[in-house]
Design a protein around this ligand. Sequence first.
Ligand SMILES: *[C@@H]1O[C@H](CO)[C@@H](O)[C@H](O)[C@H]1NC(C)=O
Ligand SMILES: *[C@@H]1O[C@H](CO)[C@@H](O)[C@H](O)[C@H]1NC(C)=O
Ligand SMILES: *[C@@H]1O[C@H](CO)[C@@H](O)[C@H](O)[C@H]1NC(C)=O
Ligand SMILES: *[C@@H]1O[C@H](CO)[C@@H](O)[C@H](O)[C@H]1NC(C)=O
Ligand SMILES: *[C@@H]1O[C@H](CO)[C@@H](O)[C@H](O)[C@H]1NC(C)=O
Length: 570
Amino acid sequence: MKVPCVALEILLMSLSILFQSPEVVHGRRHTRRGAFPLPHLDDSLLNHHRRSQEHENESFELLMGKGKSRYSDSPSDYPSQEPSGRSNFPQDPSATAAPTFIPTPAPAVVTIESPSTSSPITSLDPFEDMPMVTIPALPTPAPTFAQPPIREVSDKTNPTSTPSNKLERVSATLVDMLSPFSYDFDSWIFDESSYQFKALLRTTEQQGVDQFSSSKILQYWVLYCLYFSTNGDGNDLDMNTSTTARQPNASPGWKNTEGWESTNLDPCQDKWFGIVCDVQSQVTGVRLQRNGLNGVFPFEIVFLAAAGSYHKEGVGNLRRLEVFSNEDLMRSNSSDLLLESLVGLEVLNYRETKFGQNGPIPKLPYTLQEFDCSYASHTGPIPEESFAGLNVLVFASLDGNDFQSSLPTSLVSLQNIQYLTVRNSSLVGTLFYMENMTSIVEHSADKNPQLSGPLFTFLGNLPNLRSLSASDCSLTGTIPVELAMPNLVQLWLHGNSLQGTIPSVFSNIEELRILTLEDNSLSGTVPFDLCLSTYNNDLSALSVDCDTPVDCSAFFPDCCMCCGRDGCGS
Ligand SMILES: *[C@@H]1O[C@H](CO)[C@@H](O)[C@H](O)[C@H]1NC(C)=O
Ligand SMILES: *[C@@H]1O[C@H](CO)[C@@H](O)[C@H](O)[C@H]1NC(C)=O
Ligand SMILES: *[C@@H]1O[C@H](CO)[C@@H](O)[C@H](O)[C@H]1NC(C)=O
Ligand SMILES: *[C@@H]1O[C@H](CO)[C@@H](O)[C@H](O)[C@H]1NC(C)=O
Ligand SMILES: *[C@@H]1O[C@H](CO)[C@@H](O)[C@H](O)[C@H]1NC(C)=O
């Protein structure tokens, strides 16, 4: 592609000796045409996310370009990790078939009136590094629940010989605990195949259940609702009512069920797999990613809420809900209410699930700090109310959905949002939505062919912007000199319809490490100073359409890292 030129090589070597050590030059050359080294942009935010991932670090692997692949960001390209826990769980031959789970009717729930008092609860926050959120307490609504008849369960239908009075007591406790809500027991209490009923039986089977507090009983039951609703047991037990073995197309069950299958282990004290608790034995984290959950995520999870109308002391203090990479996991029908009602939730990650259910992003709890719904089958437009009031949201990844719209004002005007990626999501319109994103540090909007218009000059005024990635869109116009912000580290603009020349001011940015410009309609020459930056500054990735139309070797034969779409790795 390029003609080696001995004289220029000599000039190059002498320049490099002038400006920096030859080893670095050698290192730079070594990365040429290879994967671009991706920098960490912001140490304080990086640390923030490290702290917030103390148990596991995979949920935000996209942060700051980490793991970013230049020409493909489909989930299969992400570095996958071995699922923790059991590695030899039985393989169901029909593992890839659709689950046979039939969702039970969603329980009806009354909407709780808005708060009439605003006494803030004291901090229950186990993550001391997180900003504290003041949560207004909601008044307890008047009980509207009528006692359902408790069914006598005979030993014939229940081979585990649970005394019916024990079942009665556990049911009565649940009824009592849930009486402030018009929670609909009738829809399942006579249905032994319902996940709620299975959860009731399993709770009743726990050793020492007679000594359990009411809140402990509710906690067990909610967790077992989650277990049975998402086919933790592989939906082949059915309390042995069926003598046949696993049905064809049955779910293989969760990969790791440690603790969940026992009758003598406490979810908190004995650390059930995926359950994290605080010192008061309240559930703070549900972290069941990559665990083969399938079926419907149950509404009952709201009773683990850390605050708000569904909070129950001693049951839940839910801060983290991570169920990503469970490809056959759906939301329940009343899920809009569900997520919004998880007041106190700080991290919600349902990437690579079917939570989107071909519908819009639901209204989210206002305490959310990190949200990842990428590749979750959402459609658009994104409702204004989804992100309204999420004033502590820092990180949002919405990649791989089908929004067919621009971003809502409620999202782009959030005052604390620092990381926003909306790649491959059918964004429509222009980058004008970035106008007021003064807190944004990193924004990626790659692979949105309907995203057009210019690179607005106001982008250069966004004081915190360090990485802008809008490759493979339909951007037009020229590259404004304003974009050469002193803080800029990455600028990915390949695969657009940009015209004009490459501004030499980019060579003034000391921290600039990545500048991708190939597959555009740019012309002229790569500025001398910019070439020099690849040796002299941090610019470790400079890609353009070399030779024609951009002359990439006017000064140095090796100025650009790669040439054109083909040469740059597509
Ligand atoms: C991320 O987690 C994996 C295994 O869970 C571990 O090997 C790796 O060192 C961790 N990386 C960081 C940066 O903590
Ligand atoms: C874009 O997202 C869709 C899902 O919405 C996915 O099927 C497709 O593979 C993604 N494309 C790329 C290039 O990542
Ligand atoms: C179901 O039946 C099998 C034998 O067919 C038995 O081993 C198992 O313990 C039974 N499970 C329950 C929950 O009763
Ligand atoms: C509930 O969800 C199922 C499948 O997800 C759907 O077929 C059904 O129409 C939904 N019901 C309501 C009332 O939305
Ligand atoms: C930015 O803020 C100004 C002033 O509040 C407002 O008029 C404008 O519409 C906002 N722009 C966007 C894209 O939201």
